[in-house]
Design a binder for this molecule. Structure first.
Ligand SMILES: CC(C)(COP(=O)(O)OP(=O)(O)OC[C@H]1O[C@@H](n2cnc3c(N)ncnc32)[C@H](O)[C@@H]1OP(=O)(O)O)[C@@H](O)C(=O)NCCC(=O)NCCS
Length: 146
């Protein structure tokens, strides 16, 4: 963790840096980049980028585009496989959760696939609990109520 720097993305153009970055079966393709650029414009979106020198380490984002009032959606979290299991994902997520809380959210929601055990473990470690989501039954929705 020593030489890993986490910064807040301040300009939409910086989102381009994420293009084609991947981990597990997730890749920041054109569709995702376009969607991230759109959501970046929303009030209170937070995009965090972790790097070690020029090397990509991780990305995490939270935004208000969730259908329940005053909940933030932790939309993205991805850590370069070369930097996994070092606590980066947890640190990124903790910062996004704090941001949601500081912005007046009543809680944070996130979604993951049924076979994504690292993300499930990470969510549960941060006190998210499984939540029956009437709008998405293909995977697991996690909720953290403040
Ligand atoms: C999920 C992910 C972001 C975790 O990032 P990470 O930096 O490796 O996670 P951390 O080192 O911060 O781990 C924190 C906790 O998460 C859980 N965890 C992380 N990786 C794990 C793994 N491979 N197996 C089981 N638990 C895991 C553990 O509870 C861990 O706590 P511990 O170290 O005390 O056991 C990373 O595996 C990843 O990028 N996966 C691919 C992208 C992805 O699936 N994103 C989520 C889409 S919904």
């Amino acid at each position: 963790m020593d030489n890993i720097v986490i910064k807040t993305i301040a300009d939409e153009k910086e989102i381009e840096y994420l293009r084609d970055k991947s981990s597990f079966n997730y890749t920041y393709d054109q569709l995702t980049i376009d969607s991230l650029k759109k959501l970046f414009k929303l009030k209170d979106s937070l995009y965090l980028l972790a790097k070690s020198g020029d090397e990509f380490v991780g990305f995490c984002s939270v935004d208000i585009d969730w259908w329940e009032n005053n909940y933030f959606f932790l939309r993205e979290i991805l850590v370069n496989p070369n930097f996994q299991k070092l606590g980066v994902g947890q640190q990124l997520m903790v910062r996004c959760i704090k941001h949601a809380k500081d912005s007046g959210a009543v809680g944070v929601v996130t979604e993951t696939a049924n076979d994504n055990f690292p993300m499930q473990k990470l969510s549960e470690k941060l006190n998210f609990t499984k939540w029956e989501n009437p709008q998405w039954e293909e995977g697991i929705t996690y909720k953290l109520v403040f």
